[in-house]
Design a protein around this ligand. Structure first.
Ligand code: SF4
Ligand code: FES
Length: 212
């Protein structure tokens, strides 16, 4: 269910299906996102507009979006550098103007499943925890040249029963922020079985991975 809460100066949109429970919102601003209550829990007037926009930008999944009511600013401005962060034992966190299967996303952030267990593919739904998924967030870096451009539209295409095909300018970044690779096209594992994570090595076939 998507909740839309209109405040005096900003509107907060919360898409619960996208939330991966990183809890940046409730830990950073418990006055705005009040945890563990019944009913109303989002208070857009409880902090400054700048901090509300920051909450939106810090939500890794894109579940939270914040926009000024006059339309002048939003948390969804395209980043200067497109990135995918490899989360330790967890999902791939993208930040870029994403076209998913050719469709624009409401958000420039998305956390995508790489363990194969999500019931909400291609998004992460937190299933990696129960699945006991283990994968480093600090894989080895590859030799790569600086990109001519670092921004622009990123096309994300989940291939049937296979990896995420990604086309566009992208830096692959480790959990601690190391540059691992710079690409204009890559195939990222989403079955959880590759021996060369975060990249696909074809293991999805032998694993019998099934996904739309
Ligand atoms: S994914 Fe976003 S909405 Fe969900 S807990 Fe983290 S910061 Fe909050
Ligand atoms: S999708 Fe995992 S190895 Fe290809």
């Amino acid at each position: 269910m998507v909740e839309v809460v209109v405040g005096r100066e900003v509107t907060v949109t919360f898409d619960g299906k996208r939330c991966v429970h990183s809890r940046n919102c409730v830990l950073g601003f418990p006055n705005v996102f009040v945890p563990n209550v019944q009913g109303e829990w989002i208070y857009p007037d409880a902090d400054s507009v700048e901090n509300l926009l920051l909450i939106g930008r810090n939500c890794p999944s894109g579940a939270i979006r914040v926009a000024r009511n006059d339309g002048s600013v939003s948390s969804e401005a395209a980043p200067v550098v497109n990135t995918v962060r490899v989360r330790e034992n967890g999902p791939l966190a993208l930040e870029a103007p994403i076209l998913l299967r050719g469709e624009a996303q409401g958000s420039v952030r998305a956390t995508l499943c790489r363990c194969g267990a999500s019931a909400n593919k291609p998004y992460c739904d937190g299933s990696h925890v129960a699945a006991g998924f283990q994968a480093t967030g600090e894989p080895a870096a590859k030799e790569s040249a600086p990109l001519e451009a670092r921004d622009g539209v990123l096309e994300v295409s989940p291939l049937p029963n296979g990896p995420l095909k990604i086309a566009g300018n992208l830096e692959v970044v480790s959990g601690t922020g190391r540059t691992l690779n710079r690409v204009t096209q890559t195939f990222l594992c989403r079955c959880g079985q590759s021996k060369n994570k975060p990249y696909c090595d074809g293991s999805h076939k032998a694993a019998g991975f099934v996904a739309e």
